[in-house]
Design a binder for this molecule. Sequence first.
Ligand SMILES: *Cc1c(COP(=O)(O)O)cnc(C)c1O
Ligand SMILES: [Zn+2]
Length: 429
Amino acid sequence: MKNPNMSEQQTFFSNLKCRECGRLYPKEAIHICEFDFGPLEAAYDYDLIAKHINREVIASRPQTMWRYRELLPIDGQPTVGAQVGFTPLVRADRLAKELGVEELYIKNDTVNYPTLSFKDRVVSVALSRACELGFKIVACASTGNLANSVAANAAAAGLTSYVLIPANLEKSKIVGSLVYGTQVIGIQGAYDQVNRLCSEIAGKYGWGFVNVNLRPYYAEGSKSMGFEIAEQLGWKLPRHTVIPMASGSLLTKIHKAYKEFIKVGILDEQPFSVHGAQASGCSPISEAKKKNSDIVKPVSKPDTIVKSLAIGTPADGYYAIRSMNETGGSADDCSDEEVIRGIRDLAEYAGIFAETAGGVTVACARKLIESGKIPRNESIVLCITGHGLKTQEAIHGHCGEPRVINPSLREFEALIANDAAVLEGSFKS
Ligand SMILES: *Cc1c(COP(=O)(O)O)cnc(C)c1O
Ligand SMILES: [Zn+2]
């Protein structure tokens, strides 16, 4: 991807930095501070970035997440996932009316390229960085979507990949990794056990685990969702953003993206709140937030149809709570039944078919609106993060069945005689 104003080969990302003590580290495949075990995060030279980019420069670039490349942690040009991102932000007036609010938008990552979830954003950064660091084998611990994205993007880039998942994931998510010829390893256990095993393998074999030793790079990819929301709203922030939480990383990074755009002068200072959404069968972050605590109590046996968000020990739970507290945001969680209703609401009122995590976002937004935590007259963006075709079994039998007849006009007319459109007379005979 060559573009004359792309700041070729110049890096704006200076170090890794401990989120706890602020110690600086070199830009290697490391993710934990040696002194206090704090997570490492990418640090940038914001003064330099402010001199290089502004609204016009960004707007002139190709419509992918890499139009914000100065604020992403790679040294050169992206080599993996060059076409990821810039998904639609759609105004959803019918859904707004159903939820009783004035101004509602869907950030629609169900159509993110190439694997139909927001995980392509984090993977394109992690694998581009993995190539810069010289890794030949890449891997991940996944609840499904990450595995799909690592498998696809590694295949396109010619990298060998191993993806480790809980063995009981949805069939479409398993097939959606196998098809790329990746090594899929199903673990008899919950995500936390998969993740622990991956830490051991990363230590012993030195592979590039996108969400373990490459996590500081991986996580930054989520910021692109926040940058896009701000740009697509006409260079302003929504007053409220509702975000599904698994490890809590996406929420913290959308928060970081909004702050960075203000810091480099692309946006004016303005109020905004980030709100978190989980499924009640695995809601360690929202439970803590609702109790006004920042101690996230692990859930040892997640029990929900929302497998993509089922992380019992969320790595960024504490920081997600801090982001919500800092911005006056709230969290909520919802039952599996409410998830299914959320999926159907989004489909019936906005024409978007989301996976279970999308149902969580819509259902929790409804609760936050009804409880007054999100005022009805302020702008809202719902982050919809994955496609419904990947979790069809979750709603199977909950949307009715087709009505079956013989190929006969008489049978057809008998069938539709009582349908609303016919009774209202919009039926031409
Ligand atoms: C991974 C994932 C999330 C959130 O992940 P975080 O770990 O909180 O960043 C949200 N939605 C879907 C569909 C996902 O796959
Ligand atoms: Zn530290």
